[in-house]
Design a protein around this ligand. Structure first.
Ligand code: 5GP
Length: 136
């Protein structure tokens, strides 16, 4: 079964399309953090960031920057967030990789991080060593 985004790409369901290339589409998110919140989506149904071939990342990021610039210009933004939820535990609800770009405004109370942790002495190196061992 195809994802909701594939249905949008195939024009089976409507969406406000901001921009489109052969490989990437950008649409307005139906439930925005702020008006203009946009999604940048590869046309192929990759599940998460980890499934996107390296060769396709450049265009995805270029379109993300293009859309972010348009949002900044349109809403005269001082800042914006771009982010991606990967896996249900991280809040991904549509299992077709996508990048969110949302406007931010002063005192808008949008928050991504609560209860930030602290490292104990030596713990940061321990954690970094484990990660470094898995970079290939
Ligand atoms: P996720 O939760 O997977 O990171 O993000 C999925 C996003 O897709 C949500 O922000 C949600 O509002 C948006 N979305 C889900 N269904 C539709 C739809 O039918 N049309 C549009 N334009 N956006 C959708």
């Amino acid at each position: 079964m195809s994802t909701i985004f594939t249905k949008i790409i195939n024009r089976e369901i409507p969406a406000e399309i901001l921009y489109e290339t052969d490989n990437v589409i950008s649409i307005i998110d139906i439930m925005p953090i702020h008006y203009g919140h946009a999604l940048i989506i590869p046309k192929k149904e990759y599940k998460t960031f980890l499934d996107v071939p390296e060769a396709e990342l450049k265009e995805l990021l270029a379109v993300t920057q293009l859309i972010a610039k348009a949002l900044v210009k349109t809403f005269k933004l001082e800042g914006f967030n771009f982010f991606s939820n990967n896996g249900e535990i991280a809040g991904q609800s549509v299992h077709h990789f996508h990048i969110h770009v949302t406007p931010r405004y002063p005192n808008d109370k949008v928050s991504f991080a609560h209860n930030l942790k602290k490292y104990n002495e030596g713990q940061m190196k321990e954690v970094a060593d484990k990660i470094r061992a898995n970079i290939s």
